[in-house]
Design a protein around this ligand. Structure first.
Ligand code: TYD
Length: 136
């Protein structure tokens, strides 16, 4: 049986501007998973590459809430790099997609909403293992 190949999608983050500024909000009823874990990444150098893994089951939303970064995705067939530079835009990342976070500016804060608690068994740490799994 061929596995269905998903790919990340850009999403708009609800926000309300007023004379004081903006408020941005996400409610998990609008997405097809519950947010069980929140973490955020920063970087010491624009040349550092983070990520370099795929997840078996984890669903995520990535939002660059400050600065900018690029995220490269590969679902074993399709490859694409997205630039995240707006607080009003995020990426829904389905399971089984290889990702590399690149070019994080030194003011970058990349917020991640995740569907499960941290579980090392959910990771593909080797690209070769990931590609072999996706061929089955
Ligand atoms: P990891 O997901 O491997 O991020 P990256 O690929 O960008 O390095 O996480 C880095 C380390 O942090 C790893 O040792 C696992 C640990 N970690 C947790 O303990 N809990 C978490 O929720 C996350 C995201 C990472």
């Amino acid at each position: 049986m061929m596995m269905k190949l998903n790919f990340p999608k850009l999403i708009n983050i609800n926000n309300i501007p007023d004379e004081r500024g903006h408020i941005y909000f996400l409610d998990d009823r609008e997405y097809n998973f519950e947010f069980k874990r929140i973490y955020y990444l920063t970087s010491k150098d624009v040349n550092i590459v983070r990520g370099d893994h795929a997840h078996l089951n984890l669903k995520q939303i990535f939002i660059c809430i400050h600065g900018s970064c690029e995220i490269y995705f590969d679902n074993s067939i399709k490859k694409e790099t997205f630039l995240l530079s707006s607080k009003a835009e995020g990426l829904f990342v389905p399971p089984k997609v290889w990702r590399e976070v690149r070019k994080m500016t030194n003011d970058c804060v990349l917020l991640v909403l995740a569907s499960s608690y941290y579980d090392e068994n959910d990771y593909f740490r080797s690209y070769q293992d990931y590609v072999n799994f996706m061929k089955v």
